[in-house]
Design a protein around this ligand. Structure first.
Ligand SMILES: [Zn+2]
Length: 85
């Protein structure tokens, strides 16, 4: 059985960036873009190695890379509010 839950990911400024189905436990390091259930940044169309910004405060959220064959956002831990599951 798959474990996990949907988490809200906020920028440090409080803006709701994403809702994401997080599998397993532990710290959120990366977001698989196809698994976002809500995307207020517009990651669906971004290019690999781009660095998306918070639409509200323009802080850099991380870098888009291909992880296990899928586009994913590797999070800049300093830009998001910490999430614990
Ligand atoms: Zn922000």
């Amino acid at each position: 059985m798959r474990t996990g839950k949907t988490v809200d990911i906020h920028c440090r400024c409080g803006f709701l960036l994403f809702r994401y189905f997080k599998a397993g436990k532990g710290r959120l390091i990366k977001l698989i873009i196809s698994r976002l259930s809500e995307d207020n940044v517009g990651l669906q169309n971004v290019q690999t190695f781009s660095r998306p910004l918070c639409p509200n405060c323009a802080s850099e959220l991380g870098i888009v890379r291909i992880i296990h064959g899928e586009p994913a956002l590797k999070l800049n831990q300093g830009s998001i509010q910490s999430i614990r599951i």
